[in-house]
Design a protein. Sequence first.
Lengths: 269, 408
Amino acid sequence: MRITPPSGWWALPLGELWNYRELLYFFVWRDIKIRYKQTAIGAAWAVLQPFLTMLIFSLFFGRLAHIPSQGLPYPIFYYSALLPWMYFATALQNATNTIVENQRLITKVYFPRLALPLSAVLSGLVDFGISFLMFIAMMIYYRIHPTAALLWLPLFLLLAVLTALGVGLWLSALNAIYRDVRYVLPILVQFWLFASPVAYPSSLVPERWRWLYGLNPMAGVIEGFRWSLAGAGHPPSRLIFVSVSVVLVLLVSGVAYFQKMETTVADVV
Amino acid sequence: MTETVIHVEGLGKRYRVGERERYLALRDVLTRAFSAPLRRGPRRTPDYLWALRDVSFDISRGEVVGLIGRNGAGKTTLLKLLSRITRPTAGFAEVRGRVGSLLEVGTGFHPELTGRENIYLSGAILGMSKREIDRKQDAIVAFSGVERYLDTPLKYFSTGMQMRLAFAVAAHLEPEILFVDEVLAVGDLEFQKKCLGKMQDISESGRTIVFVSHQMNQIRRLCQRVLWVNDGQIREEGSAGKVIASYETSLMRGAQNGQGDAGASVFLGWEIAGEGNTLKDGLKQITLNFMVSPKAGVHRGHFGLHIYNDANLLVASWGFEEVMLEPGLQQLQIMLPYLPLRPGTYTILCSLYNGGNNLTGGHLLEVWNAIPFLAVDTLPLSHQQDNWAGLFNIPADLKTVARVEKKA
């Protein structure tokens, strides 16, 4: 192995990441183990967080503001959107902070730094799984039968994971150098929530602005979740291809920026 | 022919100093960008510091190499570059083999996890596979001596217990090349001994170790070869005894400067005839030469010669009476049939009296702490364990002879 000054070229160290797959597994395992340590009800929080948010949304946006819900009961309408959204928001937050939180590790031992945001994004899937069980219970309660569209769900989930990873790579690298990111992030997440059809159906958005939605991959993800889980609305239109392209651009540029930052991170973080 | 596993050529690392770019806020970048066109005068160039510059060396498979030098000399930076934690600014290094680095005790430990969970986490971070940890878990636990608390969160451990557990994990790493940065300084004496023993085992199994320490007996005991890093460069490299002696001498010289009047010294220097300041064979005849230059003649003088070991114990001492010296440069020659000292660094103390010794009313001309130190760099011949090795280094053979009892 040759150790040289950083050059302008970068390459995605997929092979190396594969060699370190066990470490990646341990990072995910650590994140999950630690998340609910010293809490009284532990992993029940993974259900309670989206569930309570769903209650609040149902009460204020549903009962009080009478926002249309595509013919779905409000709890189902909101919970099916909060599932991917809660995952995305937490994964993004964890990925952004991961480099700063592990700075001791970074300055003391070598491993592909890419393992950190990757594990942050992956560990959120466990919470997603737990809160998904709650959704199944709600489906039974409301007697909603899933359709064949359910088969598309993993793809929408994958899109959510990749979106969180793409943006997370950018933000975690930026956060290592500019701590301002920490303060911008909550505002960004809040703005993004309202820019996505979580609290309202996308049909509320005027037709001529609809194309903008394609630029927000989470809009496609959330619409896709509602469609494949509860059969509401239409299958995602051609806009989903715009979303996929946006995610790919974010991902490739994110990896490039992250790799560039990686060469100096132990000196600046 | 030994195989080179680490090849370093012209390696350098530059850091920005002064206006440190840590916690750089976006605001600073923006204000700088906006005010740059308005600023008058020459642009302030940032100050750079070469933490390491133009370092080259080779290490062969199975060697145990010590890195010594003052704080801030660049030892840790060198280890960080070799273990890929940070990238060099210039030059390159080639490392062949699986690398394990131990720059800190307890890398990756998390206070909320239990002792057992931390063994896995830290082990994985240091480069062990899960299967490897499964296999070594019992040995790690036994080595650490914290069995009872294994399922307690680490935050309830005492610092000492955390250290024990951390080192136990690290000690069971089995990389082909191991970088260790001053981590043996933790724990109580007994535990330190255990760790040193473990390091010795590792080196005996043919693996390569690069080891930073400020404790010279550790270095002397573990390392065959030593690199002395000073101001980001390799100042000297060679056998442990020799390099350590010149390093300690330089520390000593630094401490002595500013004290006493060096110009008035009678003693100018010393050497072992033909060998410099390093004793390579304590069992053959040697001659010690002391260069002196008294201002006035010495008549019926007394020359005292004392050798102390690093624990400041007087190991050997001689007094020579009736010493006659002319003014000006000359040499005092002491012939010794042998000097069987254990390997290590020794201080030579000389005293010179005029007209008698300290008891017969002589006049003290000078007491001289000889510089450089005496390095004894011979094969160790005494007991293998440090605390039984004694002061002397004398060869001995064991023979079992049958003995017939005479019947009465």
